[in-house]
Design a protein around this ligand. Structure first.
Ligand SMILES: *[C@@H]1O[C@H](CO)[C@@H](O)[C@H](O)[C@H]1NC(C)=O
Ligand SMILES: *[C@@H]1O[C@H](CO)[C@@H](O)[C@H](O)[C@H]1NC(C)=O
Ligand SMILES: *[C@@H]1O[C@H](CO)[C@@H](O)[C@H](O)[C@H]1NC(C)=O
Length: 511
């Protein structure tokens, strides 16, 4: 028979085709594109028999205690090696000596105590986060002249000697978050560095010229440390600066005047008592200083400011003087302060303001002359007992109004007309006096499709006096009586479809 011979031939041919890219057991090999990619599972060492021209090797989620040069010597074309979560405790010195084209090495989530030594100078990305590295040896880093990203997050580093990193002349991104750094020494001479992140360490201060050489730095995160002041040598190239969760007491021109490109500054949860007036940050768009001890609203800030967050401070007053320059303001968060006084027309220059959060303050009325651009106004948990029609008359675009937990007994009769775009009205927790007028108003709002929090206004158990005894039964009687009185007039004519525009990302309906 010819068949057995033919079958044998076919099998030989098949083998020949694959032989150049033979795939070891427990591995998946992809010969696609212009290169070989190999991924192996459940191995305890780098498998032998991987095709010599392999460029990508993925050994994540394995149990490879030690990475040895011997196992890699037959793979000179490797460019990209992933050894994350692979149980690696040690990488032999010069383990990658044969890989002169290695660009990407991922060793995250292993058990390394030290940086691997003798890595190829071709390396551009080195990820060693989530290991147990406690010291950075200069010898491991000095030759990495092409390294662009070094990720050292979540290790055990306690001291950072900046000079150790000086050889990384091309470094652009350096992540040191989540270590135990207490001491920082020297100056960081990394002229290409773009992003530097030190979040969640224990740094009380930096040497006076630590940041000085960082001429290309645009993003700096120092959140979650023990800083009591803003370092005074921050580079003028910065656009984003995070100082959250430190112990800083003031933001001063003296330390920050050079930050002429800064667009976002965040210093929440510090001990700020002062922000220099007219902080010279001409490009600032976002300023976040919630959870501090500010008694006065930061004033005369950048005219480009779009978002100012001062919630949970000790502000008592809001005046035109503070806000007059903020013509681009979109979002103003002043909740949980002790604001009693809100000057009439204080926001008259902020003609783009869409969100105003004033909940948890001591306001006894809705501020007069709020901008027409407002879409959301939160006044929950204040002490408002009366609303004047004039206070609503400017807010033609208002969609969401929160009046929960105030002292209101009634609402202006023409509220639906005054707020033509209203879609959500939150009213619970007020001592409503359920008069016929108020019930008519409620029906008009419901008919117009305004969403009300559980229809709290004059539902079965009103707080108001006329129905305080007898509850539901009387409430129904009352409704009947009101219906008789009505001639079904004006309110219903105001019915119209309300279209909800804009997103609601800044709004919370909760308590
Ligand atoms: C600020 O930004 C401008 C425009 O992006 C740039 O040309 C300038 O060099 C930056 N300033 C500093 C000090 O880096
Ligand atoms: C309001 O601020 C106080 C202190 O400033 C804080 O203890 C409280 O938790 C804050 N409340 C809310 C709801 O954020
Ligand atoms: C409720 O409103 C009615 C009618 O305006 C008034 O006579 C009554 O005193 C009010 N009750 C309370 C508790 O305000």
């Amino acid at each position: 028979m010819m068949w057995p011979v033919l079958l044998a031939l076919v099998s030989i041919i098949l083998n020949l085709c694959i032989c150049n890219g033979a795939c070891p057991k427990k591995c998946v090999c992809d010969h696609g594109a212009a290169f070989q990619a190999v991924q192996c599972f459940r191995v305890q060492a780098i498998p032998s028999g991987i095709a010599r021209d392999t460029k990508k090797l993925n050994l994540a989620y394995n149990h490879i205690k030690e990475v040895k040069g011997r196992d890699l010597s037959g793979l000179p074309d490797l460019e990209d090696v992933v050894l994350s979560s692979a149980g690696v405790e040690q990488v032999e010195n010069n383990a990658f000596r044969a890989q002169s084209r290695l660009r990407y090495l991922d060793l995250q989530k292993n058990k390394l105590h030290l940086l691997p030594r003798g890595l190829p100078t071709s390396l551009e990305t080195l990820k060693v986060s989530y290991n147990q590295i406690h010291t950075l040896q200069e010898s491991a880093l000095e030759n990495l002249k092409k390294l662009r990203l070094l990720d050292l997050q979540n290790n055990y580093i306690t001291t950072l000697r900046a000079n150790v990193l000086s050889g990384l002349v091309k470094l652009e991104w350096l992540h040191l978050d989540g270590n135990r750094i207490e001491t920082v020494q020297g100056s960081l001479r990394l002229s290409q560095l773009n992003l530097l992140s030190f979040a969640s360490n224990r740094i009380p201060s930096f040497p006076s010229t630590f940041f000085t050489p960082l001429k290309s730095l645009t993003t700096l995160c120092l959140a979650g440390n023990l800083l009591s002041r803003v370092p005074n040598d921050l580079p003028g190239s910065l656009t984003l600066l995070s100082l959250d969760k430190n112990q800083i007491r003031s933001l001063r021109n003296r330390e920050m005047a050079q930050l002429r490109n800064l667009t976002s500054l965040s210093a929440s949860h510090n001990r700020l008592v002062t922000v220099d007036s007219a902080l010279r940050l001409p490009k600032l768009i976002f300023l976040e200083v919630p959870r501090n001890f500010l008694r006065v609203l930061p004033s005369r800030l950048s005219p480009r400011l779009e978002r100012l967050d001062c919630k949970q401070n000790a502000l008592q007053e809001v005046s035109f003087q503070h806000l007059s320059g903020m013509r681009e303001l979109r979002h103003l968060f002043l909740e949980n302060n002790t604001i009693k006084i809100f000057e009439a027309n204080a926001l008259r220059n902020s003609v783009h303001l869409a969100n105003l959060a004033l909940e948890q303050n001591f306001l006894s009325s809705i501020p007069d002359g709020l901008p027409e651009s407002l879409i959301r106004l939160d006044l929950k948990r204040n002490q408002i007992s009366v609303i004047q029609e004039s206070q609503l008359s400017s807010m033609r675009r208002l969609q969401v109004l929160n009046l929960r937990r105030n002292r209101l007994t009634t609402l202006p009769q023409h509220l639906p007309k005054l707020l033509p775009k209203l879609s959500t009205l939150i009213l619970d927790g007020n001592p409503w006096n359920c008069t016929c007028q108020l019930q008519r108003l409620k029906r008009a709002l419901v008919a117009r499709g305004v969403e009300m929090s559980n229809e709290e206004l004059c539902s079965e158990k009103p707080v108001g006096a006329p129905l305080s005894v007898g509850g539901e039964w009387r409430s129904h009687l009352m409704e009947d009586r009101c219906e008789e009185e009505e001639d079904g007039e004006d309110m219903r004519r105001e019915e119209q479809d309300v279209e909800i525009t804009d997103d609601e990302e800044y709004y919370d309906y909760d308590e």
